[in-house]
Design a protein around this ligand. Structure first.
Ligand code: TYM
Length: 329
């Protein structure tokens, strides 16, 4: 089976964008690939954070991923900082990356905009991401649309390394789905739904209780004319809600348009809230069980790290040899 790798940052509550753009696909494709998923705590350090909170969030994201259906029997799930090889390969790939290409990364430009103190870690962020992927010979990287440029850079670095030091890395392909890869904010349909948006009403978190989901959907902005129709250009807000509705219910968008023809936004939103609540209910129930038994989650993540370390250390031995690092045997 081809290897799939993906990662998620423990920077805040996991939201519907993370779920529909990434996690749900990881779970649905678990039998199709040889999977490795990582909670990337080293990436989470690239913006100011509270160290006391980070470990808690790492554990919480681990619990959410297991609750969402990541099965440790079929997938390796681990915490990035538990496998030291990620940082080592990051340095080596950094010697191949250019200042110009890193400066052009949209995420770097966005996250550094307006800050007078821009950490070098933020600049190096995509190199660490490339290391995550290349370390495990991943052929496929299932992600949301916002990661496309980082995967493109990863491909460039893999090709550059192979050309410089000899065939070593698999050149990965992004796996970005046509629907759900860019879920938009509920309060501004021109911005993507994001963990870092200061307004919590802009996103639905996987842990949100039913009342909160109902309120957030009721408050979600809509477009001017009241017809329920998919049109990203002219009706970005309703198109986003239709995407969420369709993915979580399995009902195709044209069928939803038909079902709500002549009906107002009120009924549509009320039904959408219930669809979300129902889809999240089983995840929330499993999550509650896991939160009560953090020991199980911790053990699963430690076992995952042991498996990941084995793969990573073998790969790094080859990389060191190719690069001429260390002493002759
Ligand atoms: P992160 O933690 O920001 O997001 C995790 C995943 O969720 C997707 N996503 C979305 N999809 C659809 N709509 C949205 N509004 C939305 N917001 C987020 C992201 O595309 C991502 O797939 N750099 C990565 C973490 C990472 C990684 C990796 C990913 C580190 N190393 C190696 C893949 C492979 C990130 O910031 O994810």
């Amino acid at each position: 089976k081809p290897r799939a790798f993906s990662g998620i940052q423990p920077t805040g509550g996991i939201h519907l964008g993370n779920y529909l753009g990434a996690i749900r696909n990881w779970v649905l494709q678990q039998d199709q690939y040889d999977n490795i998923f990582s909670i990337v705590d080293l990436h989470a350090m690239t913006i100011p954070y509270d160290p006391r909170e980070l470990r808690q969030r790492t554990l919480e994201v681990g619990s959410v991923l297991l609750a969402a259906g990541i099965d440790p029997e079929r997938s390796i799930l681990f915490v990035q900082s538990d496998v030291r090889e990620h940082t080592e390969l990051c340095w080596i790939l950094g010697t191949l990356a250019t200042f110009g290409e890193l400066r052009r990364m949209t995420q770097f430009k966005e996250k550094s905009k307006g800050n007078e103190r821009v950490g070098a870690g933020l600049f190096f962020y995509p190199v660490l991401q490339a290391a995550d992927i290349l370390l495990y010979d991943a052929a496929v990287v299932p992600v949301g649309e916002d990661q496309k440029q980082h995967i493109e850079l990863t491909r460039d670095l893999a090709i550059r390394f192979n050309n410089t030091f000899g065939e070593t890395f698999v050149v990965p392909e992004p796996d970005i789905k046509p629907a759900g890869a860019r879920i938009m904010s509920l309060t501004d349909p021109l911005k993507k739904m994001s963990k870092s948006d200061p307004d919590p009403d802009s996103r639905i978190e996987l842990r949100d209780p039913p009342e909160v989901i109902r309120r957030k959907i009721r408050k979600a902005v809509t477009d001017s004319e009241t017809v329920i129709r998919y049109d990203e250009e002219r009706k970005p807000a309703i198109s986003n809600l239709l995407t969420i509705y369709s993915l979580l219910s399995g009902i195709p968008i044209p069928e939803l348009e038909e079902r709500y023809a002549g009906k107002g936004y009120g009924q549509f939103k009320q039904d959408l809230a219930e669809v979300i609540i129902q889809a999240l209910a089983p995840i929330q129930q499993r999550l509650e069980e896991l939160v009560a038994q953090p020991g199980i989650v911790i053990r699963t993540l430690q076992e995952g790290a042991a498996k990941a370390r084995e793969l990573a250390s073998a790969k790094m031995a080859l990389v060191r040899e190719r690069c001429g690092l260390g002493l002759p045997p």
